[in-house]
Design a protein around this ligand. Sequence first.
Ligand SMILES: Cc1cc2nc3c(=O)[nH]c(=O)nc-3n(C[C@H](O)[C@H](O)[C@H](O)COP(=O)(O)OP(=O)(O)OC[C@H]3O[C@@H](n4cnc5c(N)ncnc54)[C@H](O)[C@@H]3O)c2cc1C
Length: 368
Amino acid sequence: MEKFDIIVVGAGPGGSIAAKIAADKGYSICLLEKEDLGKNGRYKACGGAMAWELIDKIKFPEEKIDRMVEKLILHHVDGNIYSKKGKGAVIWRNKFDKFLTDMAITSGAELKQNEGLLEIKKINSRYLIRTSNSKYSAKYIIAADGVNSPTLSKLYWEKFDKKDLILTLTQEMELNKKKIDERLGNDEIHLFFGIKDFIPLGYAWLFPKKDALTVGWGNQIGKIKHTKSEFNKFLNIPLVNHTIKDANLIRYTPHLIPVGVRPILYKDFVFAVGDAGGMVDPISGKGIPYAMMSAEIAIKTINYCEKRDREEKMGETYIKRLDRSFLSILKQKRNLREKIFQNDERLKSFLELWENHRSSEIILRNLL
Ligand SMILES: Cc1cc2nc3c(=O)[nH]c(=O)nc-3n(C[C@H](O)[C@H](O)[C@H](O)COP(=O)(O)OP(=O)(O)OC[C@H]3O[C@@H](n4cnc5c(N)ncnc54)[C@H](O)[C@@H]3O)c2cc1C
């Protein structure tokens, strides 16, 4: 059995960043990933939109970016349109995640791919993990294995409440760049809202990539009976219908987004990071930066508590640092979400405010 200091389960943005930072600090790291990443990474259903600061921070190469963005257009299906300026990028997740995983490997993490975690148990002071290929042990576990987190369910951690889960449908469609630019502009991404006619608790999106479109729809699980027919309503909105005309459907994928934080994020040397911990913006669905930030905080917490011989304070330290960094705002946004989606009038007031303010500012200044 191979022994490590830390086993990171899942090589998404959270897991790869955790593995990189921990390896840089001198820990021996096993980065376990159930998918085969090959040369080009693996597909993940995602809008792939992110703020430019994140691209800059990790020095993501410009040639790997599919589209530079200058504006977010917010549509209410009643016809109101709001426009929000801000530099960003749209990327394919296979390229982005693979870039982060390669960074982790360069720093010294051992990637075990095509190996899903099948079993986890604690014997004395170490966790033993059995995968489809082998067995590993470590003192610490970073659960970065996404919204369904097999690691945390096998450890019997409490599951997400249904009202904290958004069911999404994503269509990837091929269309040449010229047509996309003519129909949608070359530097805009589009979000669509509408409670009464459209989506009671969620939104839909139309994100252009280089020569493809990501067309997606997400709504609180259980709120909609006929998901596919509701998704088709979105595809029939005139702008969407016009944009996807003669585009080629290449993929159709359902996926969950967690929009409420798990009641427990740390227990007995196991840390939940990213989607496994429910660390996603409940209003915008943005989760990539929070996965990366929570991963960094988890590793720094281990390092800090070990150095000061304060292992019993590990959970408390992790939560305090998460709260200070972004988590307390995400929790407040979760509460605000109910207020925003109460009716279309409130939703429009929010969209109007969002045009000129960050959503965190709307909360902190109590603008709604
Ligand atoms: C449709 C959709 C659109 C989105 N759009 C955006 C967006 O535009 N911008 C944004 O910021 N966020 C977006 N998000 C959210 C974002 O995708 C997630 O928040 C982000 O991927 C979380 O990263 P993570 O590392 O926590 O988990 P993940 O990216 O889910 O990675 C988990 C990894 O764990 C692996 N794994 C799972 N089980 C096992 C196992 N048993 N053993 C080993 N490995 C395992 C998986 O294969 C995967 O590689 C979107 C999400 C969805 C569903």
